[in-house]
Ligand binder design. Structure first.
Ligand code: IPE
Ligand code: IPE
Ligand code: MG
Length: 241
């Protein structure tokens, strides 16, 4: 199998990386942001078309306010510093998550960046911020409910009958294909509310490497493992003739 079209990264382990070095958690996040930037570059170099970076989950608000504040500060700085060069490299920048939960200033920055990079077509970088897979499905259900209210009964039936395929268009970014590969660092073997609907047939790759240590060698190892996987989507390896 060739390279994945879409890779999602659950960037985990910043805190443990810092702790092992006797540093503050924030220093792990700062290093993690640099690694995120380098990883996007690797994706572009490998012809990946979509990369999703899980940056802040709807559950991460449970952390101390100072850490949450630092993470959002870091996100804004990362965007202000790297947007221009990413646009020059053909990277379209998009966001996914509950935008109303973000500060007005960040929402405005997001709006501007999305508009400015709209024409870029080499790679789409999707930042999942205040994102939760369950919340996305619930928000999609709300959109569906509103739409059904506007439809006559026969159309309602048709939408409901084809919902397992059709529900995709009520998700946050319906034009983005499901991830072929989901990479989670730091040794945890769980999805933690990442892309629940979209991950139904994603290949999962777990590595003990902490996110701030994730480098080109780790990236290549994940792609190599993926290239050896057989995806069947419920079918058979070889179709009988
Ligand atoms: C990932 O690193 C960053 C975010 C979830 C925002 P963590 O901060 O979760 O690092 P650990 O899991 O505590 O090591
Ligand atoms: C998952 O990491 C979320 C992000 C990487 C943004 P967490 O550190 O929040 O996940 P849990 O708490 O270990 O499941
Ligand atoms: Mg963690």
């Amino acid at each position: 199998m060739g390279n994945p079209t879409h890779i999602a990264f659950i960037m985990d382990g910043n805190g443990r990386w810092a702790k092992r070095r006797g540093l503050e958690r924030s220093e792990g996040h700062a290093k993690g942001a640099q690694v995120a930037e380098a990883t996007v570059r690797l994706c572009a170099d490998h012809g990946i078309r979509y990369v999703t970076l899980f940056a802040f989950s709807t559950e991460n608000w449970k952390r101390p306010e100072s850490e949450v504040h630092f993470l959002f500060q870091l996100l804004s700085e990362y965007l202000l510093e790297h947007t221009e060069e990413m646009i020059n490299k053909g990277v379209r920048i998009r966001f996914m998550g509950r935008m109303p939960g973000l500060s007005p200033a960040l929402r405005e920055l997001i709006r501007k960046i999305e508009a400015r990079s709209l024409h870029c077509d080499r790679l789409q970088m999707i930042l999942a911020v205040n994102y939760g897979g369950r919340q996305e499905i619930c928000d999609g259900f709300r959109k569906l409910h509103e739409e059904l209210n506007t439809r006559p009964p026969d159309q309602k039936e048709e939408i409901l009958d084809t919902l397992s395929e059709g529900f995709y268009r009520y998700l946050y970014l319906p034009d983005v294909p499901a991830p072929d590969l989901i990479v989670r660092t730091s040794g945890e073997k769980r999805i933690s509310n990442c892309l629940l609907w979209q991950s139904a047939y994603s290949e999962l790759y777990f590595t003990d490497t902490l996110w701030p240590d994730f480098d080109e060698r780790c990236f290549d190892a994940a792609l190599k493992e993926y290239s050896g996987r057989k995806r069947r989507f419920g079918g058979l390896d070889e179709q009988p003739s």
